[in-house]
Structure formats: C-alpha cells, structure tokens
Design a protein. Structure first.
Lengths: 117, 232
C-alpha cells in the first residue's frame, strides 16, 4: 500500500493535467470565435503556452529532471528568443525583393505584398 | 533525478540476463554506472529536444513573418482548414501524452507493472489515429485545390498561398516526427511487455520526453493553423 501511494498520487496528477489540457483546448477553440480582433491570436498563444507548461512540468517532469536538463531547456528557449529577435530585426527593416529565379506563380503574393509597403 | 525512478537510480533488482557482479564494490560501481546512464540518457534527450525546438522555431518565425505581412490572406486561408478535425486531433494527441506519462509512472512498479505495455500501445494507437485523420485532411485539401502551386484555387487576398505552403510544411514535418514517435511507442510497448533488457525505465522515459515534445509542437500549431480568421 505504501509503495502504491506515490504512484496513485502521480496518476491523479496526470489525470488532472489531462483534464486541464482538454479544458484549455476547448477554451482556445471558443475564444477563436469571439470578435477580439488581433487579440484572438494573443489569447490563442497564451493558452497554448499554458498547455505547453502543463505538458513540460507535469508530463515531462522538468522540475524533477535535474539542473543540467533545466539548463538545456532554458538555453533552448534563450537561443530561440535570441534568433527570433535577430531575424525580426532583419525582416522588419527589409523590403520584399523576390529573387529573379522565382516563378511568376511564386512571385504573385510577394509582389503584391511588397507593393503595399 | 527523482527518487521515484527506482530503476534509474540503480535500486531495482538485476535483470535475468544481466551479467553477475563480483563483490560489494562491483555491485556499488555497477549501480552507480547505471544511475549515471539513466541521467545521461534523459539529459541527452533534453539536449536533442533543444535542437528540435530551434529546428521548428525557424518555421514558426516564417509563419510570424507571413502573418504580420499578409494578415488578410492568412485569415482567409486559415478559414479553409478543417477546425473540427484539427480539434479532434489536438484532443487525441493530448490524451496520448497523458497515456505516455502514466506508462512512464507505472513502468517497473510492481502493482502496475503490467500497465505500461498497454498504455504505450494506446498512445501509439492514438498516434496512428491522428495520422489517419491528418491524411483525410490532406486529401480533402488536395481536392479543394489548396495545395500551393498552379492549381491553387484561393484567388484573393494575397498571402493565402504562403499560408498553405507553411501549413503543409509544418504539419508534414510534425507528422514525420509523430510517425517516429509511434514507432518508438510501439517498440517499447512490445519491449516492456516482454520485460526486455533493452527497454529499461530510462529509455522509456526518454522516448516519452520525445513524444511530449511532439505534442507541444502541435499545441502551438493548433491555434496558428486552425483557429486563425475564425472570428472575422
């Protein structure tokens, strides 16, 4: 009985996390139909971040994974954020100039998107 | 490492096929060696998943660029994805992750030792169901002319074709990862059922980490590909 208790507790944690994930999925679906304008995507991404945190913390058990694993996860997030910022700066300051080798079909959206800038 | 991972910390009994230890020193050394392997297997998977995050991150960055430059086209195209099948698939993947977490928790634990193969097999089955539904979606989108190229049927606004280009690349790359995950889960379901020496706790847990990561990628794909443009 003593051996089974921590595992029963673990099973209950997984069950609650699963129910929370399904509830958040439905919340995400419902919020997408509310006329929130550009906040729709913000709400969607905030809910997705919450769902990911549940998976990483309670399913992947990052809290128990040791300091090195947490450093690896933090380094990955840091690198992703750094590269996203650097790429964002690059693309935000650049005009859309299609390459000469691209086919007309490929150029069509780029030309019209670029012309609007 | 958690003390709950009894096999990973070297406390589980030797397996039938394992070589015999010679003396208390050798046993302690063997246990330490096993504990280190347990930790390094999980750390190795975390480092691999870190590289995977950067791999998928580039595609998410491309999506961000497209969506900020052609918001109308992305909203129009997003309305043509199948939100019912996308939501169903999200539910399947979230449930499969819960099964894998339970399988890892019950692996090697005497009262629930027999559960792991079934739970891992269930996760693999949910993965196959996910891939089948994705295949149905692809067929539907092919017939509607949503595959980027000369036959693309959404004329306006611009950017819709780029959305579907990213949609197909991101979901296909995710499906490829999931296919590998299904193979891993099926393999370990078989291995844990046979109590095979090649399916110890640390490997099942490392494979579980991979499965959860694939789930996390989908968690972000779902609002970006299926819920865009629904309110407008």
């Amino acid at each position: 009985m003593n051996d089974a208790t921590p595992h029963r507790r673990r099973g209950r944690t997984v069950l609650l996390a699963w129910l929370a994930l399904l509830a958040l999925m439905l919340a995400s679906l419902g919020s997408a139909y509310l006329p929130l304008g550009r906040w729709n995507v913000v709400v969607g991404l905030v809910i997705a971040t919450g769902k990911s945190a549940i998976v990483v913390w309670w399913f992947m058990r990052l809290a128990d994974a040791g300091a090195l694993a947490r450093i690896a996860a933090a380094a990955a997030l840091f690198m992703l954020a750094t590269q996203a910022c650097l790429s964002g700066v690059d693309y935000a300051t650049r005009f859309v100039e299609p390459a000469a080798m691209q086919q007309p079909q490929q150029l069509r959206p780029l030309r019209q998107g670029g012309a609007a800038r | 490492m958690s003390t709950e991972h009894s096999c990973a910390d070297g406390a589980c009994p030797p397996r039938p096929g394992a070589p015999a230890s010679h003396g208390a020193g050798a046993t302690a050394s063997h246990a330490l060696d096993r504990a280190q392997r347990g930790q390094s297997a999980l750390l190795g998977m975390w480092v691999f998943l870190a590289t995977e995050l950067l791999f998928f991150g580039g595609l998410f960055m491309a999506y961000l660029y497209g969506r900020t430059h052609w918001p109308q086209g992305f909203a129009e195209a997003g309305r043509h994805t199948d939100v019912v099948l996308g939501t169903l698939n999200t539910g399947l993947l979230l449930s499969s992750s819960a099964l894998v977490a339970l399988a890892v928790a019950s692996h090697g634990q005497p009262p629930r030792r027999g559960w792991s193969p079934w739970l891992l097999g269930g996760a693999a089955a949910l993965g196959i169901a996910f891939l089948s539904i994705k295949g149905l979606e692809y067929r539907q989108e092919w017939r509607e002319g949503l595959l980027p190229g000369p036959g693309f049927t959404l004329p306006r606004p611009e950017g819709a074709e780029l959305f579907f280009m990213l949609y197909f690349v991101m979901t296909a790359l995710h499906a490829l990862h999931l296919l590998i995950g299904v193979a891993l889960m099926a393999l370990f379901a078989w291995g844990t059922a046979r109590v095979a020496p090649w399916s110890p706790q640390r490997r099942v847990e490392a494979a579980g980490l991979y499965w959860h990561f694939v789930d996390v990628v989908w968690i972000f794909l779902y609002p970006l590909l299926y819920l865009v443009g629904r309110a407008s």
